[in-house]
Ligand binder design. Structure first.
Ligand code: GDP
Length: 318
């Protein structure tokens, strides 16, 4: 077991959805958390990243900083998804090696797997087939990150590990309709339809694709568990082992929001991968189980959205 007690932990990307959940979760560990503000430390810059690590000397680093986004954002900002993510993760890993970080956790997501990977997707499905073209920019950067963490482990004996969470949702998610993932998009659209008294809400695609959703507080808890208990070359999946059809999700959100109108489908919008359910058996074997049900999680996220809706939408760049 790796102990966090007395350690200095740098959460890179602390303003993003996962990073801020990690900060909340780390408050109950006996460690010191350090963060870098984007205005002061540009993680795309090798020099700025190395200077920060040299000054702070963290013993533990979690890479939750990334350009993330949904199906539309990947199509519009391919350079940001590929170049920014490659730079951020490479700069942080090399600096962590140079300044003797004891443990590093690199985060990606389930988009790294082949489009038609057998379901539920186990860790060894990586690089066994073609990627989903709508998010290959992000996926290729993240696959390079997994390989880089492995390379530091093999060549330099570094305790660098990678975890791949499923689709996450919760407080601090991106609710911008053009760039968000489906969960925040539907919460917002359905809420606004109720407010405006609209007779219907439009859901992109056929509604038949299936996705797995995990509340970000469950994810943060699982990640700290993994930091404590996992030290292997291969990455580890972080999920709930359950999926749901997009149309069923839309109805569940409508129930929670109290929207009584119709749900209609826009077939001109892409469906993306038909199904994306990961196998999180490896995580289960480490003794971790999810606690937040989908209904509880959506309720919690909807309440957060209502509280925040007076403010500007959160920047989705973690
Ligand atoms: P993906 O998991 O990488 O495909 O990304 P998304 O979360 O953006 O999309 C998941 C699925 O939800 C896709 O089939 C989308 O077409 C569908 N979807 C339905 N309505 C929406 C919406 O309003 N926004 C987004 N982003 N996806 C939607």
């Amino acid at each position: 077991m790796f102990s966090l007690t007395g350690k200095k932990v740098w959460v890179a990307g602390h303003r993003g959805m996962v990073g801020s959940a990690l900060i909340r979760r780390l408050a109950s560990e006996a460690c010191t958390v350090v963060t870098a503000e984007r205005a002061q430390v540009d993680l795309i810059s090798q020099e700025a990243t190395h200077r920060f690590v040299a000054d702070e000397q963290p013993q533990v680093v979690i890479i939750a900083a990334a350009k993330v986004g949904g199906i539309a954002a990947n199509a519009r900002y391919p350079v940001d998804f590929l170049y920014h993510n490659l730079m951020i993760q490479s700069n942080i890993m090399e600096a962590s090696h140079k300044y003797n970080v004891q443990k590093l956790l690199f985060l990606g997501s389930s988009c790294i797997y082949p489009k038609f990977a057998p379901q539920p997707i186990t860790e060894d499905a990586l690089l066994t087939g073609s990627l989903e073209p709508t998010n290959e920019w992000y996926a290729i950067a993240k696959i390079a990150g997994i390989k880089l963490a492995q390379a530091y482990r093999i060549q330099h004996g570094r305790d660098f590990i990678s975890a791949m969470p499923t689709n996450l949702y919760g407080p601090c998610d991106n609710f911008d309709l053009e760039t968000s993932h489906v969960m925040p998009a539907l919460i917002r659209k359905i809420h606004e339809a109720k407010q405006n008294g609209s007779p219907n809400v439009t859901v992109w695609g056929t509604g038949t694709p299936r996705r797995e959703f995990m509340h970000v507080d469950d994810c943060a808890d699982a990640l700290i568990h993994v930091l404590h208990h996992y030290s292997e070359l291969e990455h580890i999946n972080i999920g709930t082992n359950q999926d749901i059809a997009i149309s069923e999700l839309a109805h569940m959100i409508a129930d929670i929001v109290g929207f009584r109108g119709a749900i209609v489908h826009d077939h001109s919008k892409p469906d993306g991968t038909p199904r994306k359910l990961m196998s999180s058996e490896r995580l289960r074997h480490l003794g971790w189980e999810p606690r937040v049900s989908l209904k509880q999680g959506i309720n919690h996220t909807y309440r957060w959205y209502l509280d925040q809706s007076q403010q500007a939408p959160n920047d989705h760049d973690g």
